[in-house]
Design a binder for this molecule. Structure first.
Ligand SMILES: Nc1ncnc2c1ncn2[C@@H]1O[C@H](COP(=O)(O)OP(=O)(O)O)[C@@H](O)[C@H]1O
Ligand SMILES: [Mg+2]
Length: 248
């Protein structure tokens, strides 16, 4: 990764976090610690609360109990723009780009919190990192391939030089080879360059390969947690996530 794209990571912590909709918790008493230079991944079946957890960290879904902090600053229930300003870049599972707008316009929107003169500079750094986007600046985001669209979604978030990246299923619907490249080259690359990465990923095997630590959610709770090699040795994990039939 180019030096100017990366920013030293910050620690993102959730402590006994509960969050949900209409005052009813979906995730319960979750502890997360994501640190610079590392990838922490979250896996779990559909509906286990992975997206809800990420959304509550970044201020999109209300925190009902516990706390969230970044770099020692409490961000519990702070508005999403405030969380972004403090260096947390969030790429949602859906609605990750503005389809009717061009690639360039999407990147400009990503830089909306920047002073005007910095937008150009940042865009150049982002395009250095995702050179593929350079050739499609005037194309509508809705016309991109799945892999290109995810690069744009991440590029949009990188416009603000985040120190923490929160990514919700970035490889959903991508061809296996594209997914592997995104995970092993770009996402692992963010962490290797010093950023903090918190990743929700449905490809458990691929997630383990690039992770330093993995949490397994079930029914809104952490049911297992450990280093990849620990989980790969855990019969329950292997049966549920690495066995042939259960994995998508
Ligand atoms: N906007 C919402 N309002 C009410 N319930 C929701 C909303 N979004 C998700 N849920 C519920 O929260 C639970 C967890 O969903 P989600 O966090 O999307 O899980 P995952 O990302 O692991 O598939 C599901 O039962 C889902 O129906
Ligand atoms: Mg989800």
């Amino acid at each position: 990764m180019s030096a100017e794209l990366s920013t030293a990571g910050q620690v993102l912590t959730a402590h006994r976090l509960s969050a949900g909709y209409d005052g009813r918790p979906i995730v319960h008493e979750i502890d997360v610690e994501a640190t610079p230079g590392r990838v922490v991944s979250i896996v779990g079946p559909n509906g286990s609360g992975k997206s809800t957890l990420l959304k509550s960290l970044v201020g999109v879904v209300p925190v009902l109990g516990g706390s969230v902090s970044v770099g020692g600053t409490d961000i519990t229930n702070r508005p999403p723009e405030r969380v972004a300003t403090l260096g947390v870049g969030y790429v949602p599972q859906i609605d990750d780009v503005f389809p009717p707008l061009t690639v360039k316009e999407n990147l400009e929107i990503g830089g909306y919190l920047l002073p005007r003169h910095q937008v150009h500079e940042r865009m150049a750094a982002v395009l250095e990192f995702f050179p593929r986007l350079k050739q499609m600046m005037t194309r509508k985001a809705g016309k991109l391939s799945g892999g290109e669209r995810k690069m744009l979604a991440m590029g949009r978030v990188l416009m603000l030089s985040p120190s923490v990246l929160v990514l919700d299923e970035p490889t959903a619907n991508l061809a296996p080879l594209v997914a592997t490249q995104l995970l092993e080259e770009y996402i692992r690359g963010f962490a290797d360059a010093g950023s903090t990465v918190l990743l929700v990923e449905q490809r458990a095997k691929a997630a383990l390969r690039i992770s330093d630590h993995t949490l397994v959610l079930g029914g809104g709770r952490v049911v297992l947690s450990g280093r990849p090699e620990e989980l790969a040795d855990n019969p329950v994990f292997v049966e549920s996530f690495l066995g042939g039939g259960a994995r998508r």
